[in-house]
Design a protein around this ligand. Structure first.
Ligand code: 23J
Ligand code: MN
Length: 260
């Protein structure tokens, strides 16, 4: 084995590197985004036994799964959005797998979000982060730590009022800076989608989806445990199911962090 890979394996074994699971459980209680009429909505998760050590299969247990592509901790491909629909290799089965692995930059706005659920990241916040931690590298996964994953139950998590959902996200200017000027791989958030709750009314509508996917960038939604990551220095692995022509997919998202 190469020195790099044998070092990786021994560091994971001796605990000098550790795996942090950034994934929420996927099940019938997983909250799903609600879009206003006239738009169609995605169903929740259903899990049905084929057999469970019974007449339908006395020695085996297995299930049939049903859910939308954009459910729970999930991946957004560029082809999910109209701005990305004509880009090359824009779906789950065609994106180059090298893109699934990259350095994580964790921007912690949990204090701001505790005071304002509609908080939006701006270019100023990004530049402030870069003064402390260095320039966001090309190919980074930029993870927005809001502690939104600490909210318990679907109602608190979706946070819907008469005027729509209220949850944090990116200003259009921040999405443009990250996608175009920093050439990141994509963004990851703790909320149900990569756009702020109120972003349906932004210019352009759902500005983060529109700008990121128009630039061929990826998205990760409903992450957790971002509070266990350093601002800089973790590596994220986020590989979707290889769904043919898939716009997105639930997935397991892992971070490798150094404990040294
Ligand atoms: C479809 C329309 C609007 C949004 C979304 C999907 C998502 O958040 C998603 O999961 O990609 S905002
Ligand atoms: Mn999605």
């Amino acid at each position: 084995m190469s020195d790099l890979l044998s070092d990786l394996v021994s560091a994971l074994r001796d605990g000098s590197l550790r795996i942090v699971d950034l994934t929420q459980p996927l099940g019938p209680d997983t909250p799903v985004i609600g879009l206003p009429p006239p738009y169609a909505n995605s169903p929740g998760v259903s899990i049905e036994n084929i057999s469970r050590f019974d007449d339908d299969g006395p020695a085996w247990y297995w299930n049939v799964l049903s859910f939308g592509e954009h459910t729970g901790t999930h991946f957004d491909a560029p082809g999910h959005w109209i701005t990305g629909r004509d880009l090359p290799r824009n779906t789950c089965d065609t994106i180059a797998p090298e893109r699934f692995v990259g350095p994580a930059c964790v921007i912690d706005v949990s204090t701001e979000v505790a005071a304002n659920p509609d908080f939006l990241l701006t270019p100023d916040h990004i530049e402030q982060w870069e003064k402390e931690h260095g320039r966001i590298p090309a190919g980074a996964w930029v993870l927005l730590r809001t502690d939104w994953s600490h909210r318990e139950g679907a109602d608190a998590f979706l946070n819907v009022s008469d005027d729509g959902p209220h949850s944090p996200g990116f200003s259009p200017q921040a999405s443009s800076l990250l996608a175009l000027d920093r050439n990141i791989t994509g963004v990851g958030v703790e909320t149900v989608g990569t756009d702020a709750g109120q972003a349906g009314g932004f210019d352009p509508p759902f500005s983060n989806h529109s700008i990121m996917h128009g630039a061929g960038k990826l998205g990760l939604a409903s992450l957790c445990n971002l509070d266990q990551l350093p601002a800089n220095g973790a590596v994220v692995i986020a590989a979707p199911l290889k769904i043919v022509d898939g716009s997105g997919s639930p997935l397991r998202v892992l971070a490798i962090i150094s404990t040294a």
